[in-house]
Design a protein around this ligand. Sequence first.
Ligand code: ATP
Ligand code: MG
Length: 428
Amino acid sequence: MKYQKPKGTNDILPGNVEKWQYVENTAREVFRLYDFHELRTPMFEHIEVISRAVGDTTDIVTKEMYDFHDKGDRHITLRPEGTAPLVRSYVENKLFGPEHQNPFKAFYIGPMFRYERPQSGRMRQFHQIGMEVLGSRNPATDVECILLALDFYKRLGVTHTKLVINSLGNRESRMVYRQALIDYLEPLSDQLSEDSKNRLHNNPLRVLDSKDEKDKEIVAKAPSILDFLDEDSAQFFNSVKKLLDDTNVDYVIDHRMVRGLDYYNHTVFEIMSEAPGFNGAITTICAGGRYDGLVKEFNGPDSHDAGFGFALGLERALITMEAEGITIDTTPSVDVYVVGLGDEVSAESLKLVQAARAAGFVSERDYMNRKVKTQFKTADKLNAKWVLIMGDNELAEKSVKIKTMATGVERLVPLTDIYQDFNKELNK
Ligand code: ATP
Ligand code: MG
């Protein structure tokens, strides 16, 4: 048997993982600036946590879950997204209590699992960076979160982005719109795709999201949700737009944009990549919105019921960077390479690398007793700043030869001196 990784997964290898770390670190820096704290939830949850929050009729719940019964017959699913688990954790751990940050601002970085048809930018195990703000009904929260996402891409050097926003209104106005949409679609239902026909009655807003060409034509003439916002909802959306205008953020409004998860209301947004050569049909790199009511679904308190969050794909962030020609340095580098000559010196080589590491220098050595020339080649490949040469002669003299690679200068230094102060001896 040939052992292979499961379809739709990736090994992230050294040489490439540095790019991932760079993106993750950038996200952590941005979250820090906005005073967000990391919250880590399990990779798997009771299935109800997801199905309840995300919606029983969504693609995620109906088609994409990695669920199973464990040995105790519990119905478990690998997490397909981060919001429901985080809200579950918020309520379960009573993070709305007076000793906690309020509004509560948390972020996560980690793998998500969806049984999808794999293609570039669409994996079965993929990785999201996401955030949630719980307990703020202020439209400034919506805007700050959107700005945070834009800041993140800006810091990565990604510039070809487009912000798209919409409002789904509150529950009441959405119900009115839902009926209007059904009334419009029903006479056309025999022209709709099978998926959309099924959605027409249980989740008609999702028809707006259909990728089917014929559906798209029909949807183009559908009534706009923005015409159905009640006064409160319209006012909220106006505030969001005004704050975006005030901060000079470019955006477009797409009244047909709904999100794939059921829990959203009021503001929804997506960030698309417009980089030439970006990934064909898939252009959304970040998506999120407001989900007032979700905390209550998890039996949390009314007073902390407001929520806003987004998730962005790490894979898609990396593809975007590539499309925009942004590279990050992944050349290997060490500070110290110990060249050891002969069997006798191996113990001293070990002491040297350990002492160098203890002093904070990235250190490597030879383990195979290779020829001097080969060892120097390795040191070059690793871009070592200093090579420490330890041969029988040096050992006999209780010394080590330090070669500063930038200048080629060599010095013989007593071992007692270098063990006493590595930093001083290297930088002499
Ligand atoms: P799509 O329409 O592309 O299927 P979605 O609406 O299912 O996206 P969300 O659940 O909102 O996506 O997830 C937010 C972000 O997570 C997406 O914008 C994307 O960057 C990323 N993402 C979602 N699903 C995948 C996947 N299967 N593989 C890689 N990235 C993904
Ligand atoms: Mg999807």
